[in-house]
Ligand binder design. Structure first.
Ligand code: UDP
Length: 246
């Protein structure tokens, strides 16, 4: 079942349900892609209908930020829970490990994908790391050829939004991968360059605050986020008026 938030159709699933669905997609013999929108995506979509369309055509649309979960609540259509991209990625790695499948890591600064791959293999030794490539390239098609030659089952695309979603929508089906996931800064986390917030902060919905504490330069980006809540409140108020409730 889908839940619409400011024009983006989210899958309303728990982390466990998302993992089950992801495992099914990974087992099927065709290409699928998963997106993990946070509030910044929702604002970007307002100005970029192509991006919104790509998100809405994804096989799974998972709510990555607490701002998305709050927006859903404000709209009167609460989501079951936040499903952070990095946690969904962990679940897919566990699944790939059981299959003994092939993983390709695309994105981040030079050297980061290799380090992330080495750390992943320590924890998931049955995975075959079939390739890595940094995310600072000019020729998209050249990257496609490299990825396709590596024959991955699972592909992490970590180029930041909307670049990663546009790359997956344009080239993903030609990679031969069964599942591609757009994962923003996750390779930096897997490489150990960026820490996630402690669980207590995550439970309080304060992961964004922890990130801000660690990376104060993100203040400009984050300052826009309450705007998503305001827009959700506006949409709710308009909906009520149209529905004759208020
Ligand atoms: N990145 C990239 N190519 C680019 C721009 C960004 O590979 O042309 C990488 C960047 O190094 C970082 C990730 O994409 O690892 C995006 O990180 P960001 O913090 O924007 O994503 P978030 O974690 O907020 O989703």
């Amino acid at each position: 079942m889908k839940t619409e938030i400011l024009g983006v159709q989210f899958d309303n699933l728990t982390r466990q349900e998302a993992a089950q669905r992801g495992a099914q997609l990974l087992a099927e013999d065709q290409f699928h892609y998963v997106v993990t929108p946070n509030p910044e995506f929702l604002l970007a979509c307002e100005k970029d209908p192509v991006f919104r369309d790509i998100l809405n055509k994804a096989d799974l649309v998972l709510p990555d930020g607490i701002g998305v979960v709050y927006s859903a609540k404000i709209l009167g259509t609460p989501l079951k829970e936040r499903v952070p991209g990095v946690e969904f990625a962990e679940d897919m790695l566990a699944c790939l490990n059981e299959m003994g499948g092939r993983l390709y890591l695309l994105g981040a600064k030079p050297g980061v994908a290799e380090q992330a791959g080495a750390n992943i293999l320590e924890r998931y030794p049955n995975i075959v790391l079939c390739g890595t490539r940094d995310g600072y390239f000019r020729d998209e098609q050249d990257v496609l050829l490299q990825v396709a030659a590596a024959r991955p089952d699972l592909l992490f695309v970590c180029l930041g939004a909307p670049k990663q979603e546009k790359w997956m929508a344009r080239w993903g089906a030609h990679t031969g991968a069964k599942l591609a996931i757009g994962l923003g800064g996750c390779l930096d986390v897997f490489a150990g360059n960026v820490e996630r917030a402690p669980e207590s902060w995550q439970k309080l919905g304060l992961e964004w605050a922890y990130r801000l504490k660690k990376e104060p330069r993100r203040i400009g980006r984050m300052a826009k986020l309450p705007l998503v809540l305001v827009k959700a409140a506006g949409a709710r108020a308009r909906g009520k008026k149209q529905g004759g409730e208020g």
